[in-house]
Design a protein around this ligand. Structure first.
Ligand SMILES: Cc1cc2nc3c(=O)[nH]c(=O)nc-3n(C[C@H](O)[C@H](O)[C@H](O)COP(=O)(O)O)c2cc1C
Length: 354
């Protein structure tokens, strides 16, 4: 299987399956001399881990990151940073029903057809458990990028959404509710909706908005590795993601150029920011903001028709502990992937000119 690595200079490779011994990763290209804040890494892991509230999956995983290399006396040495996260709460029996049967809209069918061998327990490599390694690596990337802030939050669940621009939000409130929406009134509505959906044995989708502040001018490598193209790839590589837009996004298509242009101030900043902080694939110093769409995930606790590996029509119903809505847990994943992209371009930009 190719495709387990991401980045050019600050590069991560992840490994592991949901119900194997452990998952983990290797980070190449992290410069020497960075003092690692283990508490901050653990805090990010806690935001992603299952079982953290009643509106997410009730699996219990401690998600403790154990570093194996690349850090000496708390400081990075410039060598590859290896780490593992043990899998401690597998209930593989919960997945025996999908051994020879494909969950509709999950990765079972495509993995089986492509590889012919499938670790069906917990979804194996296709499980979002893999994203724990991304969060660990992203936490280190964040520490490298001192002064640059990453604030992701849940901006919608189903048809409930925050009806305000991000500038009107107080990001310090994002962690105040388990749904991770900083607009508390909207958050309460989202929580009720997720609880209803869970009772119905169903799932629901949503969006996450991410705002990156204090990015210097110049990050991004045209023509193929434009900053927004890499952010898009990073986000679309997250499980269950269906869409990505930055700046004015799809709404911009309804505007005229005269309305859409971001006019300059004399210092090079712009009066508006419909460009979303990126022009020509390069950061312009304004806030970078984008939105990521997540589908209602596949495993539902209702009977559905599907096929088995011999092509017979069968009925199946999800079992075990699943997320009724993944967006609250995906917030730290979005931030981690954004930090990995920015860290990589920040290092690459040091080669831009002499
Ligand atoms: C944080 C997170 C948790 C997830 N939990 C579940 C889950 O409990 N059940 C499920 O069917 N899918 C879950 N998913 C989504 C699947 O991993 C994903 O839909 C599957 O691998 C198929 O990939 P695709 O939807 O990107 O095509 C989760 C995704 C994320 C980001």
């Amino acid at each position: 299987m190719a495709g387990n690595s991401f980045g050019n200079i600050f590069k991560i490779t992840t490994f592991g399956e949901s119900h194997g011994e452990a998952i983990g990763g290797v980070i190449d290209g992290c410069p020497a001399g960075l003092t690692v804040d283990y508490k901050a890494i653990n805090a990010e892991m806690q935001r992603r881990k299952p079982g953290q509230s009643t509106i997410v999956t009730q699996r219990k995983e401690e998600d403790e990151v154990r570093f194996l290399s690349g850090i000496f006396e708390g400081v990075t040495t410039g060598t590859s940073i290896g780490f593992i996260i043990e899998n401690t709460n597998q209930k593989s029996k919960d997945y025996s029903h999908i051994k020879d049967t494909y969950r509709p809209s999950h990765a079972d069918y495509t993995f089986d057809k492509k590889y012919g061998v499938r670790d069906y327990r917990g979804g194996g490599r296709s499980s979002a458990r893999e994203t724990a390694s991304r969060v660990a690596a992203g936490a280190i990337a964040k520490q490298l990028l001192k002064g640059i802030t990453f604030n992701a939050f849940v901006s919608s669940v189903g048809d409930i959404y925050i009806d305000k621009p991000y500038q009107a939000l107080d990001f310090s409130k994002t962690e105040d509710t388990p749904v991770r929406c900083p607009d508390i009134e909207t958050a309460e509505k989202m929580i009720s909706r997720i609880k209803e959906i869970k009772k119905e044995g169903d799932t629901i989708g949503g969006t996450i908005t991410c705002v990156i502040k204090n990015v210097p001018v110049g990050l991004g490598e045209p023509v193929f590795d434009k900053l927004h193209a890499e952010l898009g790839k990073a986000m679309l590589s997250i499980n269950a993601v269906k869409g990505f837009e930055y700046g004015s996004g799809f709404c911009g298509t309804k505007m005229k150029g005269s309305e859409h242009n971001d006019l300059f101030n004399t210092d090079g900043t712009t009066k508006s920011n419909l460009s979303g902080g990126i022009q020509g694939g390069i950061s312009n110093g304004m806030d970078i903001y984008f939105r990521v769409a997540f589908k209602p995930v596949a495993t539902i606790m209702q009977l559905q028709e599907t096929i088995d590996k011999n092509g017979n029509i069968v009925e199946m119903q999800g079992r075990g502990r699943h997320d009724p809505c993944v967006v609250p847990r995906a917030v730290p994943i979005v931030e981690a992937m954004a930090a990995l992209v920015i860290a990589d371009f920040w290092l690459l930009n040091k080669l831009a000119k002499i």
